[in-house]
Design a protein around this ligand. Sequence first.
Ligand code: ADP
Length: 257
Amino acid sequence: PAKPLFAEQLPAGLQTISNIIAVSSCKGGVGKSTVAVNLAYTLADMGARVGIFDADIYGPSLPTMVSPENRILEMNPEKKTIIPTEYMGVKLVSFGFAGQGRAIMRGPMVSGVTNQLLTTTEWGELDYLVIDMPPGTGDIQLTLCQIVPLTAAVIVTTPQKLSFIDVAKGVRMFSKLKVPCVAVVENMCHFDADGKRYYPFGRGSGSQVVQQFGIPHLFDLPIRPTLSASGDSGMPEVVADPQGEVSKIFQNLGVCV
Ligand code: ADP
């Protein structure tokens, strides 16, 4: 695993976690949370002990995408630690479960709160912690990556030409931090209708990224109404339809991380 740049030692809360995977995107709305959640539930289905940390303080998606019975995080008053909530065996922490309104904070404060929430949580023994990163490659993202010893990063993008430039920024950030980018997920790349396949945003930027930056894996995730419906319903698609086309894509991604 990559060594954190500033932290002398691994934060206590993270010492029982074997692999920490960042799911990152350089823009909002490209499907980063969808990928993070479905990847986490796929790893759990493969037999791993898994947690999800939703690090997006401004727009937490986890409470919409999964619906645990207990929607408020509890505190351990003696140890002053946070106890994650849980849905189908996966541990969950999000600002959306913190019982407060949407935060209005400046960058350094956001970093402080994010790091505190992440490192004071009682994660317990985990094989994988999947971090749904805030979109972008600014200070908040960089600080988070420096505190957490990431094992690997997965970058999510859509096929539009412009997003190639954004992906390059993400790859550069992780490479500076010596975190391997194991896969790019090109989301919403195509849809099938009337027996034909359509590529509404064009083709080729994913393979350009893979070639140029030597990223070992590229996954195409199609536009699927069931993916957005399951995102809104609180049950991830890979849980709702474990034999489906989308589940197969995530199983292949799960093997890479
Ligand atoms: P981000 O985390 O990048 O902001 P989300 O994962 O929240 O993006 O996705 C944005 C919206 O698009 C959500 O409503 C989600 O359900 C939907 N969505 C994401 N990927 C797909 C897809 N491949 N097909 C259909 N809808 C999708």
